[in-house]
Design a protein around this ligand. Structure first.
Ligand SMILES: [Zn+2]
Length: 260
């Protein structure tokens, strides 16, 4: 048996398409994917952790995320959608998760970190530092509450690409631009081939295809450089998927009906 991946929606967002892709418009609802990866040798690995469970409650969200933020992102998280409940629904205990990969530390990806104090976290060093002290124009998308209690956690701080198990099964690829230390993962699935979990390296396939950025991108130039790196991977036969693209999300099993 090879590696199996399921995608769960840990924070649907309803917002204007222009927030996801500069120059487009119209209301759209998108998922926030977290990927649960079952590895035959290394157990359960998470790629991103979604929105924090406290944001499911409108009043608590005002405290946790700050006034008006939940409404601004049109976040429709319910308590059962948070990563702890999603794992439970699939029959996993929180302690089964031994490894957590963070694509980046924005509030829709790092929200579930504190469920996994026992796990190893793989994050780019520059992202970890930036999350603690973002530039003023980025503060709306980082929530200190997600990681203020994680100082003692086991972080593997990466500087560049990494083959995390040294066997080619999960490779981390730096894709900076949306945030300073954004990274993606290439997961090698037995029957599907290599799949690039691109997180927010693009927000929609249409954005990637047209090399369009989005208003919260940290550096448009670095986003564009990463797009070109992704084009190279795509030309080599790697399937690209993005965390907020509804069609990409639909291409994964969601309910424990594993496919590899
Ligand atoms: Zn996101």
């Amino acid at each position: 048996m090879g590696i199996r991946v399921t995608a769960v929606d840990c924070g649907p967002l309803t917002l204007d398409r222009g927030v996801l892709m500069t120059g487009s418009s119209g209301l759209i609802t998108v998922p926030t994917a977290a990927y649960i990866i079952e590895h035959p040798k290394h157990g359960v690995i998470l790629f991103d952790t979604g929105v924090n469970y406290r944001v499911a409650d409108e009043e608590e969200a005002e405290v946790y995320w700050g006034p008006g933020v939940r409404a601004a992102f049109g976040c429709g998280l319910t308590r059962d959608m948070a990563i702890d409940r999603q794992l439970d629904k699939l029959g996993y205990k929180l302690t089964d998760v031994k490894h957590v990969i963070l694509s980046h530390m924005h509030l829709d990806h790092a929200g579930g970190m504190t469920h996994f104090p026992h796990a190893k976290f793989y994050v780019q060093k520059v992202e970890l530092r930036y999350a603690w002290w973002p530039d003023p124009f980025s503060t709306a998308v980082y929530c200190l509450n997600d990681y203020k209690d994680t100082r003692g956690y086991h972080f593997i701080q990466l500087e560049g690409d990494a083959d995390i198990f040294d066997d080619g099964s999960i490779r981390l690829i730096t894709t900076p631009g949306h945030s300073p230390g954004h990274q993606s993962a290439i997961v090698r699935l037995e029957h599907r081939g290599p799949v690039f979990l691109g997180a927010d390296s693009a927000h929609l396939q249409a954005a990637y295809q047209s090399l369009a950025c989005m208003p919260f991108d940290w550096s448009i130039e670095r986003v564009t450089d990463s797009y070109h790196r992704m084009r190279m991977l795509e030309a080599a036969g790697v399937e690209l998927v993005f965390s907020h693209d509804p069609d990409d999300f639909a291409r994964f099993p969601h309910d424990g009906e594993w496919a590899d």
